[in-house]
Design a binder for this molecule. Sequence first.
Ligand SMILES: Cc1cc2nc3c(=O)[nH]c(=O)nc-3n(C[C@H](O)[C@H](O)[C@H](O)COP(=O)(O)OP(=O)(O)OC[C@H]3O[C@@H](n4cnc5c(N)ncnc54)[C@H](O)[C@@H]3O)c2cc1C
Length: 581
Amino acid sequence: MNEISEHDIIVVGGGAAGLRAAIAAVQTDPGLDVAIVSKVYPMRSHTVSAEGGAAAVIKPNDSLDEHIDDTISGSDWLADQDVVEAFVREAPHELIQLEHWGCPWSREADGSIAVRPFGGMKIERTWFAADKVGFHLLHTLFQTSLKFETIKRYDEWYGTKLLVENGRCQGIVAIELRSGQVRALVANAVILCTGGAGRIYPFTTNGAIKTGDGMAMAYRAGVPLKDMEFVQYHPTGLPGTGILITEAARGEGGILVNKDGYRYLQDYGLGPPEPWPRLRAMELGPRDKLSQAFVHETRKGRTFAGPYGDYVHLDVRHLGEEKINTKIPFVRELAHRYVGIDPVHEPIPVRPVVHYMMGGVHTDVSGATPVPGLYAAGEAACVSINGANRLGSNSLTECLVFGARAGRHAAAFAAQRPPRDRAALVAQARDEAQRVAANFIRKDTGAERVAALRAEMTRAMEEGTGIYRDEASLRKTCDVLRALRDRFPNIRLDDRSLSFNTELITALELDFMLDVAEAVAHSALARTESRGSHQRTDHPRRDDSRFLKHTLAYRTDTAPRIDYLDVVITRWPPAERVYGR
Ligand SMILES: Cc1cc2nc3c(=O)[nH]c(=O)nc-3n(C[C@H](O)[C@H](O)[C@H](O)COP(=O)(O)OP(=O)(O)OC[C@H]3O[C@@H](n4cnc5c(N)ncnc54)[C@H](O)[C@@H]3O)c2cc1C
């Protein structure tokens, strides 16, 4: 059995960011040998479930400055403006590149790229492939990656720890799920593209695999997690399952009404209720404001009460069957399958649901973390273009732009071929194998169950770090999370097998999630202001004098240590966020 495998670059994650990074690395330097490690087959990454679209300026009525402006005001001025400028500038190139690789973007009758309106984007710039954008985008990247013989894959290998030796990241320890074998995967550079962590909450659009593993691995290796308090609630999830009804439904003209049939968003500073098809703000406002408006409607008793909590109606009936079938066929399918209604004839019940982590592994504009040799991109990273609130359709494009950047920079770093500390790396991997065996597989003491601890964690997160927060509830959540951390060593597994031990993987994922959850709760407790998705009822105003700063959470043996970093402001001085006026 091999204890060690060696490559030039290891990309952890086979979603949009990971595949884009791997392709960029081998295109930068065809001599490099790149490995993609993924806990699921790449086409099962969460990217595949994206529905609505990817943003980039392409139409003559649009401009780079307008996209930058929307992104910065959408972020409530917490995005780094130099990074947003690079992002917006490189975005069109990335989407055209995908077109050349075979992505079937939807088109206008004249053959040009079609774009749709999206929340918080004041001009239409969201490219789409019907409402199965993630599927087509990921498929295009995957098939392109297959063209390169220098890209190897470790499908269904689970990374547990970064190998840091001599102050440099030199690889990762991973378990092959099929055999249970633990191996040191050694490389000159590692790019974390492990996606988000929505599963630290009970009600989320995120797939079960989104457990923040890469964020926690970097955090344990001494890299700070940035802006973790900013958690996006998407305003339109299906009650019960949390399955997403894409913003494209509103982009195409869907409206939100309360139980009185009233378009309630007009009461929350989101503009006048223009009749379809002239929707501008209102339903196309940013996600943080729409989710907050829902909470107020509930408090006023103007939402429907249902078995899975309160909800409102998303009505697309006026679009007509033909438009629904061509532009948002998947919305029709999901509503039919999961709530048993046909949106052509009935409104869709929806409620806010945890969707996206604005925060993540602290990187610079090249995707580099403070640990040499370690890079991060995609939802796992915080580079930061999203600040306190991400705009819909910026994330897929972010995965492409910054996946490519991280790939190129990691390639340049790896090409220097720094020396490898093989013996020390193998020893670290052996220790890690020993830890996994002793703490989980061979351990027969302890009475705690993974599912029970996980349920307590997600409940605490919802209660303390939801759409609205205050000091008392945040403190309580921090205490619950610490108690869960203390109880975690007492968990016991029933499954002792080595092959596809899914119980073991859920335990390792919970271990990672507890770290990520603590970073979220403590970062939120320390930020005594309200900005974007972080709304403190005890500190309702934005406070630029104290908090025009990124939060950096560092892992310690006790509570996270919180520090701050100035936001980069270039040409857009902080101002009020205005929609629909
Ligand atoms: C339902 C839904 C719809 C969305 N729609 C849109 C949209 O229309 N437009 C938009 O811009 N954004 C959308 N988003 C957000 C966007 O899709 C994601 O932010 C983005 O796809 C994340 O891509 P990623 O490459 O960073 O991570 P992911 O696609 O989540 O991939 C993560 C990868 O990391 C691997 N991995 C994780 N942990 C480990 C480990 N320990 N060991 C080995 N491998 C590991 C996984 O196997 C996977 O391959 C949507 C999100 C959801 C949930």
